[in-house]
Design a protein around this ligand. Structure first.
Ligand code: NAD
Ligand code: TDX
Length: 331
């Protein structure tokens, strides 16, 4: 493998992946294809701007995609519309980018016989009861709840079908909630950290009992590297740290770590269709590929708070617009 094409490489997980990949493989020729939507920023790649080729473009642009896929060895597909609340407000870009975009990439990969790794989410499985020890596995039936998760489920289905019908050399991974540097301020953890930094109160949806399995972005990307190197073609791998916390616990912990009273937050109306709990059984990834998470959540969260504290010029431009969107939704 000498050349890698990374879609969505200017977003949260994709940019962390590009930075990490160049640390591991300094001679790899990386091309990033990114539309630079509200969620993407070329500044995320500033430290490596002279070491990558950046293409500002759309994964739905078949001609552009064809040439880029032809000229690569492996395609790692992160690009997506990624925020559930946005998908509830306006599903159309989710259908376009997540479904048509993945279809466009698959057709190019099929034509040029290239290796693909498709990045997806545990949300495709729907949710689990709150008070249970049940977990999602690679065999769990898809049952998405939101337009976002339905569009990601559709994209996964397309990848699986292209493997089966056309012999496309693809692997898939479905990861739990990520956190870390460069995450957009619309998402739970950065929204609350930046609220506190600005003297505003964190916002908890509903009662806040919903549970997420928090995985550091570097642990996610380590798993992606292992799957690209040694994963079995056609297979799906679940990724997750095993660290489950309720949203209420997360907000209280952020407040405490930032030296504020743990109850200094507001309850806001719940998200419609709000998934209760996600939890991934990662036995396959651990036993087949030797992966294990390396981050302790409290240590990772503390480092993430420090990162947002030290990088206000990165997040401030997006903050007021994001909060204006939330205000319209009453959240
Ligand atoms: P993000 O919203 O931060 O970044 C998405 C990137 O894709 C942005 O840079 C954006 O400009 C780009 N993009 C959007 N539409 C595009 C298009 N049509 N053509 C080219 N580029 C386009 O998302 P993220 O949180 O980094 O998520 C990356 C991937 O990981 C997604 O596929 C998401 O479903 C998946 N995922 C995310 C999480 C999480 O917790 N954030 C967890 C599991 C899986
Ligand atoms: O202000 C908030 N208050 C709040 O209580 C926000 C923004 C969220 N929440 C709740 C909703 C969720 O239960 O926190 C939880 C996490 O919310 P998000 O950060 O929006 O993440 P989630 O909806 O769980 O989806 C994320 O994980 C799976 C990513 O955004 C997806 O891209 C990924 O696939």
């Amino acid at each position: 493998m000498q050349r890698m094409l990374v879609t969505g490489g200017a977003g949260f997980i994709g940019s962390n992946f590009v930075l990490d990949t160049l640390r591991r493989f300094p001679d790899l020729a990386i091309t990033v294809l990114d539309l630079l939507t509200y969620a993407g920023s070329q500044r995320n790649l500033d430290q490596v701007s002279d070491r990558i080729t950046f293409v500002h473009g759309d994964i739905c642009d078949a001609d552009l995609v064809d040439g880029l896929v032809r000229d690569t060895d492996v395609l790692v597909h992160f690009a997506a519309e990624s925020h559930v609340d946005n998908s509830l407000n306006d599903p159309s870009p989710f259908i376009r980018t997540n479904i048509l975009g993945t279809f466009t990439l698959l057709e190019a990969v099929r034509r040029h016989d290239k290796r693909l790794h498709h990045i997806s989410t545990d949300e495709v499985f729907g949710d689990l009861p709150l008070d249970s020890v049940e977990q999602f596995t690679e065999q769990t039936a898809y049952d998405p709840s939101s337009p976002y998760s339905a569009s990601k489920a559709s994209s996964d289905m397309l990848v699986r079908a292209w493997v089966r019908s056309y012999g496309v050399a693809a692997t898939l991974s479905n990861c739990a909630n990520n956190y870390g540097p460069y995450q957009h301020v619309e998402k739970l953890i950065p929204r609350q950290i930046t609220n506190v930094l600005l003297g505003d109160r964190p916002k908890l949806y509903g009662a806040g009992d919903n549970v997420r399995e928090w995985t550091h972005v570097d642990d996610h990307n380590e798993a992606v590297h292992r799957i690209i190197a040694n994963g079995t073609i056609g297979e799906t791998y679940l990724i997750g740290s095993g660290d489950e916390r309720s949203n209420k616990q997360i907000i209280e912990q952020i407040l405490t770590l930032m030296d504020h009273p743990a109850d200094a937050y507001d309850h806001v109306p719940d998200r419609p269709g709000h998934d209760l709990r996600y939890s991934n059984d990662t036995t396959k990834l651990r036993t087949e590929l030797g992966w294990h998470p390396t981050y302790d959540f409290t240590t990772g969260l503390t480092a993430t708070i420090t990162w947002y504290r030290e990088n206000p010029t990165w997040w401030k431009p997006a903050k007021s617009q994001t909060e204006a969107k939330y205000k319209l939704l009453g959240r």
